[in-house]
Ligand binder design. Structure first.
Ligand code: SF4
Ligand code: SF4
Ligand code: F3S
Length: 266
């Protein structure tokens, strides 16, 4: 992988909080700087590129005519109401920009639940008509790999990029999430599951039972319905929501903001 010319990546930001990029900056083994120095050529990314304004725009246009092509990554939902006027970059709507870039990409990755399924801005009443990449861009032939999560574990993104570059398209589930990372539920590997099986449910946040590792299901945990690898992948190498005492809110599932709220049952 490292001896080949580094493939170009164009990383677009739409309607979102940038938390997915923040997560990605904390990738390890490999670290983010190793990824962009040794593995890929990050030719456009508004959050981490040094260029701004016209120079940034020029870098984007240059990447788009690279004869060797590029991988497109989109973070954020795509506003579609009123011609997409609720989100613009460089005078172009996010919808137009994403359609233009993703429709010509070698592969497209939707990074985070906003890009996969619309995210918080698509929650009712969804004033901007925000949609996930595949829903918004299906008509122009885009079929993105969904790296779901709010934010996703950076390992799931990096692993997908490496898979694409070395073995091609990973096997996907019905929501276009790579089975490698989203094949099992959070509940399947949760260390609190032994208490779930014995009917031992913590009665409150911070209760002695919660601290002893009892199950958080009655406090609102959506782990049994949520496909993600948080218990085994961990965030920042150390922790994940349920281990920290917070129920899983189902952040890698479609429309989780509407479907799973209220998140907590204190
Ligand atoms: Fe932020 Fe979550 Fe959307 Fe990522 S998926 S941009 S963390 S709101
Ligand atoms: Fe399942 Fe959640 Fe209980 Fe863990 S805390 S065993 S994921 S219901
Ligand atoms: Fe999200 Fe649940 Fe993991 S809330 S981060 S899928 S534990």
């Amino acid at each position: 992988l490292m001896t080949k010319k580094r493939p170009s990546v164009v990383y677009l930001h739409c309607a979102e909080c940038t938390g997915c990029t923040e997560g990605l900056l904390r990738a390890y083994e490999p670290y983010f700087d190793e990824i962009i120095m040794n593995t890929i050529s990050l030719d456009y990314c508004e959050t981490v590129m040094a260029a701004a304004g016209d120079a940034a725009h020029a870098a984007l246009e240059k990447a788009l005519i690279n004869p060797e092509g590029y991988i497109c990554v989109i973070e954020g939902g795509i506003p579609t109401r009123h011609g997409g006027e609720y989100g613009k970059v460089g005078g172009e709507t996010m919808f137009q920009l994403c359609a233009r870039v993703a429709s010509k990409a070698m592969a497209t990755i939707a990074m985070g639940s906003c890009a996969c399924f619309g995210g918080v801005q698509a929650a009712a009443p969804n004033p901007s008509g925000a949609k996930g990449v595949n829903e918004a861009l299906k008509a122009v032939g885009v079929n993105a790999i969904n790296i779901a999560g709010c934010p996703p574990n950076p390992m799931n993104f990096v692993g997908t990029v490496v898979h694409l570059l070395t073995k091609g398209m990973p096997e996907l589930d019905t929501w276009n999430r790579p089975l490698l990372f989203f094949g099992d539920t959070v509940h399947d590997h949760c260390p609190r599951q032994k208490h779930f099986n014995k009917g031992e449910f913590a009665p409150g946040f911070g209760s002695p039972e919660a601290k002893k590792g009892w199950c958080l299901y009655q406090l609102g945990c959506k782990g049994p319905y949520t496909y993600n690898n948080c218990p085994t992948a961990l965030f920042n190498q150390v922790n994940w929501p349920v281990k920290a005492g917070a129920p899983c809110i189902g952040c890698s599932e479609p429309n989780f903001w509407d479907k799973y709220s209220p998140f907590f049952h204190p």
